[in-house]
Write a protein that binds this ligand. Sequence first.
Ligand SMILES: OC[C@H]1O[C@H](O[C@H]2O[C@H](CO)[C@@H](O)[C@H](O)[C@H]2O)[C@H](O)[C@@H](O)[C@@H]1O
Length: 571
Amino acid sequence: MQLCSPSSTINGSSADAGTMLPTSPLVSFLQSLQSAALKTFGPNSFDPKLYVDLPLKHSLAATKAAFSDLTQSPCDGKIPATELKVFLARYFEEAGSDLVLALPVDFVPEPAAFLPNVENPIVRAWALEVHSLWKNLSRRVSDSVKDHPEMHTLLPLPEPVVVPGSRFREVYYWDSYWTIRGLLASKMYDTAKAIVCNLISLIDTYGHVLNGARSYYSNRSQPPLLSSMVFDIYKRTGELALVKKALPALLKEHHFWNSGIHKVAIKDVHGRRHTLSRYYAMWNKPRPESATTDEESASKLSNDVEKEKFYRELASTAESGWDFSSRWMSNSSDLTTLSTTSILPVDLNAFLFKMEHDISFFAELVGDGFTSEKFMKASKARYAAMKSIFWNATMEQWLDYWLIDQSDDELVHQWKAENQNRNIFASNFIPVWMETYSSDRTNVNKIVNSLKRSGLVHAAGIATSLSNTGEQWDFPNGWAPLQHMIAEGLAKSGSMKARSVAEDIAIKWIKTNYAAYNTTGTMHEKYDVESCGKIGGGGEYKPQTGFGWSNGVVLAFLEEFGWPLDRDIDC
Ligand SMILES: OC[C@H]1O[C@H](O[C@H]2O[C@H](CO)[C@@H](O)[C@H](O)[C@H]2O)[C@H](O)[C@@H](O)[C@@H]1O
């Protein structure tokens, strides 16, 4: 494979964070269609995202004119269902039809040296089924997107793609990391590299990796894991070409997260000044993919200023990947108290610490000593900042820091102990995924003890939080990425005790995925950690199947821990 096809021209750097990016005419129109469809079809089984994913069959002008005729004399303020259905069939292609199923070039039914330590034949057969799911999730962007981008919200990408599945028809940023981990276990190195090339092309065009490859996602990113993708592929293949290609893009991405409104200065208890980052979307309107839901949630707010602030918090929370969770709310039963832009998140800064480390490593590899040194210094500075601002020695975990009672106009915040959020979330343990933390034996043992008494570890894995709010990034849901980062960090620490806790988490997780697969015939986006084989729920959309990161984590766990002949896979 050619390493990466030439990517689209650079439009310049991304707009200043905190500003509003303009809405495209197509997205605005599809949002009005979404709103009309809700009125017509009602809320049961209504998925607002479907409407903003619809590709046009005719020009936007012609489609708008026809829609306008339809809305001239609606009965009871709504378009009759039969008329709307006819309009939809006449003017739109099916959602997702602009991504064409494409067999990955490097897929073989049973790769050589596949999961050598999985000895149990039942588990091996299932792992091969999970491996075969890459065929269902692999696509290429249709030519019509490249030829007529104005008729699609889907963005053109130069290489084949792997999608999470179901309503998530397009590429997602942080999901891609665990997809890649699974592809590496599946020995599908070209497909893994293609994913990275696509994300680099987004940085070339927008200055950051988008939440997902849709025009309506351009106002925000997602947890920054591109450097980890490049690092893991390099470790596996030893090929320098991808590192060389990725390095300039990573420098741009680092700038995106460490400038403008993402960047926060804070003085610690000793008066030392640090710089950390936060999530902050360039958007203060309803998220187009969930506009009807967001408008409903905002309806109890009394004025436009409050609504705009709330909409920005919703989009910024989507940027965190944890949409939605009590983690970001000052009142866990009230979504309108989302305060994501006023929080310094542990996991985001841990990812950036790793990015700095990775960039330093990549720069060294390509012979750029100056950049390598610069980023080593940056990672050391963030390490010090994370210790001063997030680490809580009594709880022996890292805690999110709330920037409360201080306005954004203040140039430097002042750390106060009471602003650390003492609620327990899986994110409080994510730094252990980074080698710098996991290789410190004393620290790891403290973290293992703290994790064990946290209340997060359940029969079927690690819970996202301890609060059952009905939001999907809360109890009792467990998510594949969270299990993986914590277990991998502990497993690689060199502490036998930590490795055994990690293996226990991995076994529980594999068993619950297997049991649910056996009863439902599919892999799920999230699971309920209270009992083995139970799928997750809650949140703003129906639980999804497919599913990229769950498949990736099962394969990565089986690669790391194997499965002995005599270990039972049943719950
Ligand atoms: O449509 C609602 C939201 O859906 C996405 O978020 C969830 O799915 C993503 C894909 O698996 C995942 O990356 C994210 O962590 C999930 O919470 C989307 O990313 C959001 O932006 C969107 O508003």
